[in-house]
Design a protein around this ligand. Structure first.
Ligand SMILES: Cc1ncc(COP(=O)(O)O)c(C=O)c1O
Length: 391
């Protein structure tokens, strides 16, 4: 990349962010509402673990925001994904389809079940799983004579597809849901980054059988660490609650557990922060849209790069703003990242593709040329909602 272009890009980012005398992180948590008050209430009540009013309130409020019928708050987004896979019956040696372009937690959750991540391609216009390519691929590897979805290459069952709303942008869910119905596999939404995003005017997180959110410190709202499973099926939600509470059988003082459960419930102290953060979600969404629009406008007249924009069926939360190099080049990504970081703009690349990681390099996979192209063109820019307050 020539020096002039780097300077031009830095200037444009500066026009959006203003003062660059201090490093501007990619995404920072802010605590501007009732966090301290609720934390104090929580400590005073001495209900600091998973029993407490804030856990219930946080779950109820999340249902209001996402239109889910039930929510279960857990200790992380990764735990939410692990539990979701257990709940839909993923067993050792099953295959679970997921995009190579995702954070490693999506694949790890599959491995925790002893199952095999099967890596699939994404669409350049959505950054999410490409339904047409996946349909074509599955039609070539599926044993058409079996009533189950059997991968005839490996002999294993393909039981589920995890879709990821990458950087908060909703994937095109309808064709993916139709594909899952066609092949008899479950759809799980990894909505870790997408709280507040909408798909065809509906909040994301209620199309798949289960959707998983993350509230890690870098997400649009945080509980310190945490995650949530969203359900439309109350019976499944009850099973999830049981499984995440060490499968303890309620009823008397004795410690009876009817299966190997997990200690995955979110502590009240984290949920207290979450309740306060959720009260400001709508403000944050407006600020994020404003920030995204500023980036988009600044970069309209520059041929070599563009800012990724939400797909036309979606309203994105713009969790991260993404600069795309129109001529993909890892060298250029590296050079530009260095330049930006040297100028206090703490930009970051996309996650390493799953098939480039040592533990997933032999995972079954389809052609991943688009994922590779995206990895060679993505630079994520500082995206904290509250950046708009200083501008
Ligand atoms: C796509 C995706 N899935 C899952 C997770 C895991 O969430 P957590 O960090 O809360 O375990 C993340 C977190 O960054 C994520 O980005």
């Amino acid at each position: 990349m020539n020096n002039n272009l780097s300077l031009q890009i830095i200037q444009k980012i500066k026009n959006v962010l203003g003062d660059l005398s201090q490093p501007i992180p990619l995404h920072e948590p802010y605590f501007l509402g009732n966090e301290k008050k609720y934390l104090e209430n929580c400590i005073n009540s001495r209900y600091v673990s998973y029993i407490g009013e804030y856990v219930k309130k946080f779950e109820e409020n999340l249902c209001e925001h996402t239109h889910a019928k039930a929510a279960l708050a857990v200790v992380s987004g990764t735990a939410a994904l692990h539990l979701a896979l257990k709940l839909i019956g993923i067993e050792p040696q099953d295959e679970v389809l997921l995009p190579s372009l995702t954070f490693v937690a999506t694949a790890n959750a599959v491995s925790y079940c002893g199952a095999i991540p099967h890596l699939v391609e994404v669409d350049e216009d959505t950054l999410g799983v490409d339904p047409e390519k996946l349909d074509h691929y599955l039609s070539t590897i599926i044993d058409q004579h079996s009533s189950q979805c059997i991968n005839k290459v490996t002999g294993r069952k393909i039981k589920a597809l995890i879709v990821v709303h990458v950087f908060g942008h909703p994937v095109d869910l309808d064709p993916l849901l139709a594909l899952c119905q066609k092949y008899g596999i479950e759809l799980i939404e990894d909505s870790a980054q997408a709280l507040g995003s909408e798909y065809k005017n509906r909040p994301v997180g209620n199309v798949g059988r289960i959707a998983c959110l993350s509230f890690n410190g870098n997400k649009i709202i945080t509980t310190g660490g945490g995650g949530t499973l969203l359900f439309q099926d109350i019976e499944l939600a009850n099973k999830a609650k049981h499984l995440s509470t060490t499968a303890r059988v309620a009823g008397n003082q004795f410690f009876n557990h009817d299966q190997i459960g997990f200690n995955y419930r979110m502590p009240n102290i984290n949920a207290a922060i979450g309740c306060a953060q959720l009260e400001r979600l709508d403000i944050k969404l407006k600020q994020k849209r404003k920030l995204a629009n500023s980036y988009i406008q600044e970069f309209t007249n520059i041929d070599e790069v563009k800012i990724f924009q939400e797909p036309n069926y979606a309203k994105s939360n713009y969790w991260l703003n993404t600069l795309i190099l129109n001529n993909p080049s890892l060298e250029n990504v590296k050079n530009l990242l260095n330049e930006l970081n040297n100028n206090n703009i703490l930009a970051r690349p996309a996650w390493s593709l799953m098939h480039h990681l040592p533990m997933y390099k032999n995972s079954p996979r389809m052609d991943l040329a688009v994922s590779q192209k995206l990895f060679n063109s993505i630079i994520n820019l500082p995206s904290t909602a509250e950046l708009m307050e200083r501008i």
